[in-house]
Design a protein around this ligand. Sequence first.
Ligand code: GUN
Length: 284
Amino acid sequence: MAATILDGKGLAQRIRTGLATEAAALVAGGVQPGLAVVLVGQDPASQVYVRSKTRACAEVGFRAFDYHLDAATTEADLLDLVARLNADAAVDGILVQLPLPPGIDSRRILLAIDPAKDVDGFHPDNLGRLLMGEPRFVPCTPFGIMKLIAEAGTQLAGAHAVVIGRSNIVGKPVAVLLTAADATVTLCHSKTRDLPAIIRSADVVVAAIGRAEFVRGAWINDGATVIDVGMNRSPAGKLVGDVEFSAAAARAGAITPVPGGVGPMTIAMLLANTLESTRRRARR
Ligand code: GUN
């Protein structure tokens, strides 16, 4: 049976249309959502992501405050900018694109962002709330992944969900969200023994390792829901995910493509978090 291809691009577009309507209503009431996007240095992938984020803001009627800083920017300069954005009433969300250049301690920067404006959900205060089941902002990629799993119609209660990759940005928070949704979660990483056997018993696979086609199609359980967070260049220069797509799609029940799966959802959920922050501002 051929898998359902989970169209993240289409779902993200529908979400954005809804957000644009809500943003227009807020603007009519005199409050415009505002997102500050901070990029330090010239990392090519980060430049692409940041451009997509600011363009998406314009499309839904948000203000984007764009900061492109030199690679030689010091930690003190960046902390200064974050302090100004924290104090700026027109800024509802602050996103500092990671990774930061060597010489800047990203933990210090993330700690400096006002948790009420931390639309990435990376501040320890927000990650702690997420862990306790009382999120203020759900990190964007994990949030998008949960929407895609819901779109697939996958029942999570009692399901075995296997997450591969334990980053603070994706693996760990998505494991928390899947647990909160009553899945039984196995969080795998580079030291995990016999990964193929674990994946073979998975009803849901979330691959967030950052290695091209690392998860082989033959490891996928019949009918499993497969979420591919990867964005890698194959040796031939093609954009590929962390999952061997064609072989996995032949076995899976539903699978996300790369590109057009998780990526667009991350941006949609960033906008959703920013709008939520604006609504809170409007209520104050
Ligand atoms: N780098 C890779 N993904 C992300 C993200 O979602 N947010 C930020 N700030 N940086 C990233």
